[in-house]
Design a binder for this molecule. Structure first.
Ligand SMILES: NC(=O)c1ccc[n+]([C@@H]2O[C@H](COP(=O)([O-])OP(=O)(O)OC[C@H]3O[C@@H](n4cnc5c(N)ncnc54)[C@H](OP(=O)(O)O)[C@@H]3O)[C@@H](O)[C@H]2O)c1
Length: 403
């Protein structure tokens, strides 16, 4: 824990860490207290140096809350939008300090106090303005520099895996593309080589067999794999007792055993080199019991927890691990699972969310609605309710004959 905190605090200067902690205090303690506990009659808010009371003050606490929460997350993640926003906000506070005594202090010379307070707030304003490269840095530093020249992407012939390959290639990473459909892999390989000038290798392989996994490992043995994207997977819709036993075993092999074997083989090299990344495509389905997808959600729970455990284990080694938890995503997944079509997020967005989170947190949920579901409902609701509410939904997306 200590080394993780030190590592993250070392990403920005001390004064910026202090601003981050201030934002965290305001977002988590002070503003909620102001909003929910302080009596409305004595409530007061100041915006642009102008004082507001009562109901107006309560209403304006909401944007204040948003500002500090955004500041806390923005400083922590060094989001690129922070550099103009944080400096402009701090500049606005400096201006308010100047306006405030002129409006409300009658004592002679009160403008001097305003000038001094305003000047004090110009210091963080200038600091934040000058530190803009720090916020852009994360975006600027391409993945090939962070992790190395080669990535292995499983399940690259469709959906999320194809988008991972495109996104990595855009950042200069050459890709080993693995899945069963060779024609799709070749087409994608030629596309990324043409569009981004990277190298590629295709490995047509069935990863739902132990021999398939060994074959893939033998095909990458001569490469220094800096990123492993354990993404291949499938779902299987329907009642457990109606499902085919071989297909269930294949799911466990593909969704669980293959990622374990690939990570076990490739992680030691990354650790030795002091840099690398492993992404496990888990699922929000792994955060809850899911009737009519019971085994699938269990396999994804395995992926989610394995990734988070490895993330903790590898802190301070230079190897980043991430559990990516998508919700419904537009891909061939539902059709392959034998489910009824339903809307989902574009896979490009899911991949963007993953790459943005990599190196900052153990897991990421794509989509705000999925985030709400997983963080509020899944944690608060009794497990029995969760399973029954989920069943109402999965019944609608499961063909009648599999109920
Ligand atoms: N789509 C969603 O709603 C959703 C939501 C949460 C999580 N996920 C997870 O996201 C990951 C990617 O799914 P997707 O949505 O992109 O689905 P997809 O479009 O069906 O892609 C699945 C990929 O896995 C490969 N694959 C399937 N069986 C394989 C096997 N036996 N051996 C090797 N490769 C195999 C497929 O390639 P071939 O068929 O060519 O082998 C394909 O490239 C999966 O792990 C899935 O569990 C998806």
């Amino acid at each position: 824990m200590g080394s993780w905190i030190r590592h993250h605090l070392s990403r920005r200067p001390g004064w910026m860490n202090a601003l981050m902690l201030f934002c965290a205090f305001m977002a988590l303690i002070y503003v909620p207290w102001d909003l929910f506990v302080k009596p409305i009659a004595v409530d007061e808010e100041v915006w642009f140096g102008v004082r507001f009371h009562g109901v107006w003050a309560k209403a304006l606490e909401i944007p204040h809350w948003f500002v500090y929460a955004a500041g806390m997350v923005g400083f922590w993640r060094l989001h690129s939008w922070m550099w103009p926003w944080a400096a402009v906000y701090s500049g606005q506070v400096a201006l308010s300090m100047l306006i405030w005594p002129m409006l409300y202090q009658e004592a002679a010379g009160s403008w001097v106090i305003g000038l001094v307070a305003g000047a004090a707030f110009m210091l963080p304003t200038l600091g934040l303005w000058n530190a803009r490269d720090l916020f852009r840095d994360k975006k600027r530093k391409p993945l090939c520099e962070r992790y190395g020249d080669w990535a292995l992407v499983t399940g690259a012939s469709a959906g999320i895996g194809s988008e991972f390959a495109r996104a990595l290639a855009r950042e200069g990473v050459s890709c080993v593309l693995a899945a069963r459909r060779e024609d799709r892999l070749k087409e994608l390989g030629e596309e990324i080589a043409r569009d981004h000038g990277v190298d590629f290798r295709t490995v047509p392989v069935d990863l739902s067999t132990a021999t398939g996994v060994e074959l893939l490992l033998s095909q990458v043995a001569d490469l220094e794999i800096g990123m492993l994207v354990n993404n291949a997977g499938f779902g299987y819709t329907g009642r457990f007792d109606k499902q085919d036993r071989d297909r269930l075993s294949q799911m466990v092999q593909l969704n669980c055993a293959a990622p374990v074997a690939l990570a076990a083989e490739l992680l030691p090299g990354m650790r030795e080199r002091g840099r690398g990344a492993v992404i496990f495509t888990g699922s929000v389905a792994g955060s809850q019991p899911l009737p009519l997808h019971a085994l699938y959600s269990a396999t994804k729970s395995f992926d989610n927890l394995l990734a988070e455990g490895l993330w903790g284990e590898l802190q301070g080694t230079g190897v980043d691990v991430l559990a990516l938890l998508p919700g419904a995503t537009e891909s061939e997944f539902v059709e392959a699972a034998g489910g009824l079509p339903h809307a989902g997020e574009p896979p490009e967005r899911v991949v963007e969310v993953a790459l943005d989170a990599l190196g900052f947190q153990p897991s990421v949920i794509s989509g705000w609605f999925n985030w709400l579901r997983a963080n509020l409902a899944f944690r608060i609701m009794p497990r029995s309710w969760l399973a029954l509410v989920a069943r109402d939904f999965t019944e609608k997306t499961t063909p009648e004959e599999m109920h």
